[in-house]
Design a binder for this molecule. Structure first.
Ligand code: ATP
Ligand code: MG
Length: 411
């Protein structure tokens, strides 16, 4: 893409009311736009990053047999009354709206109920199980605090997977596969090193659930980390019994701030009982379906990556999620030689399928470089009179800051 055609502008200052580092930087670099507290629009660069994150998650969901769907945001009251999660007395998080002709609808904050109800049309016998169904869908939550930029939205994208199994054993197996998929996802997204499988409260059907907690001072959660075992315990469940279960000693653990980028949950038969989702077993007997749910917030992941990886000059993207692989910066000369060489290189790289943002704007070198640092693409190629005198291109790594000259013919 030619940067002269990109409609978004970078800016020196973040909006005064924006306190979160992730939102400040993403707004300054033109990735997102703040609509209102807790609601952000994604601009071309931001959408490219979001789509990369979504792409990695989708691949790993497909590896474990997930089938993708897209459910509605509008939610019907009766479905949620069946599970006891409709009333504002029980759940403060709802956004609800009334219909012109009378009656109410809710904006979905999660999708256990509607998917359980939907699967009643499709799950009949043990032959239909196990099955995993997932989506990338916009959730709405009336969050009391929306101060963490992309990390806590009132409207946000969620990947939610739900598994439907014959019994506890089959559900536990699917759960383990999903846990491994999550580990691969966060590794591929470049935050595996900072992300801990964290023991958290499990609800009525299992002792623990697992959260994927990424260490950052911008996080709202407190966890106790065992570096040696690469696991952690959420403060909410931290006690002697949990330590004993996990073979940990309090003195081995380090208290840290973290953000929950994903979580996985054994639901047992809670929702299938409430909504009467049953199947016929081998003997023709009716049994409740066992369920699990597994969430990841791609926007929260994007915000977390920014919190972890950015520096005083701007964003720094891991290759797997960067909006472009290469930022080609041309420092034009009078003769037109640099423009010709940079245009050629842009065409050559694009023809090879390399994703390039080409800074072909008539701006000073200083302005172009500070924009490139702010935008944070992993590799910067500079073409100038000076580099062409050596038949080369200057290659700068955004992470290490290391600069090398690369012969043009090799690129
Ligand atoms: P938290 O404990 O942080 O409030 P949660 O436990 O309510 O999150 P879930 O309901 O399980 O989260 O949602 C699944 C995933 O969706 C979370 O792991 C997180 O990545 C993401 N998520 C949850 N709430 C938000 C939000 N307000 N904004 C952005 N992403 C969110
Ligand atoms: Mg949570």
């Amino acid at each position: 893409m030619r940067q002269s055609e990109l409609f978004t502008k970078t800016r020196r200052e973040a909006p005064k009311d924006e306190v979160a580092k992730n939102a400040q930087l993403l707004i300054r670099a033109g990735y997102i736009h703040k609509e209102t507290a807790g609601a952000y629009s994604y601009l071309p660069l931001g959408l490219r990053v979001l789509n990369k994150i979504v792409g990695v998650i989708r691949e790993e969901m497909n590896v474990i047999g997930g089938q993708e769907v897209l459910l509605t945001a509008l939610q019907n009251k009766e479905t949620w009354q069946a599970s006891g999660r409709w009333d504002d007395k029980d759940l403060e998080i709802w956004f609800k709206t009334s219909l012109k002709g009378g009656g109410e609808l809710g904006l979905g904050f999660t999708h256990e109920e509607p998917l359980t109800a939907l699967m009643k049309d499709h799950i009949r016998s043990f032959r239909d199980l196990p099955v995993g169904v997932y989506q990338f869908q916009t959730k709405f939550r009336n969050e009391p605090r929306a101060k963490s930029g992309l990390m806590r939205g009132r409207e946000f994208l969620m990947k939610d997977l739900y598994t439907f199994c014959k019994d506890e054993k089959e559900q536990n197996e699917y759960y383990e596969k999903a846990k491994q998929a999550y580990i691969r996802i966060f590794d591929r997204l470049g935050i595996g090193g900072e992300t801990y499988v964290t023991f958290a409260s499990g609800g009525s059907f299992s002792k623990y659930s697992h959260e994927f907690q990424t260490l950052t001072d911008a996080g709202e959660d407190t966890i106790y980390v065992s570096e040696a075992k690469k696991i952690a315990v959420n403060k909410e469940v931290m006690n002697d019994e949990v330590l004993k279960d996990l073979g940990l000693h309090r003195s081995d653990l380090c208290e840290k701030k973290a953000v929950e980028v994903g979580n996985i949950f054994n639901l047992g038969t809670k929702f299938s009982d409430a909504l009467n989702l049953v199947y016929k077993d081998e003997k023709g007997q009716s049994k409740p379906v066992w369920m699990g749910s597994y969430g990841i917030g791609p926007g929260r992941v994007m915000g977390t990556i920014v919190e972890l990886k950015s520096d005083d000059k701007g964003l720094v993207w891991p290759e797997s999620v960067a909006p472009f692989a290469i930022h080609l910066v041309a420092l034009f000369d009078q003769s037109g030689k640099v423009k010709k060489a940079a245009d050629d290189l842009y065409s050559k790289l694009s023809a090879k399928g390399v994703e390039v943002l080409y800074d072909d704007r008539e701006l000073s070198a200083g302005e172009k470089f500070s924009d490139a640092d702010l935008i944070g693409i992993p590799k910067r190629y500079v073409v100038s009179e000076k580099t062409l005198a050596n038949d080369s291109v200057e290659v700068k790594d955004r992470v290490t800051g290391k600069i090398e000259l690369a012969p043009t013919f090799k690129l």
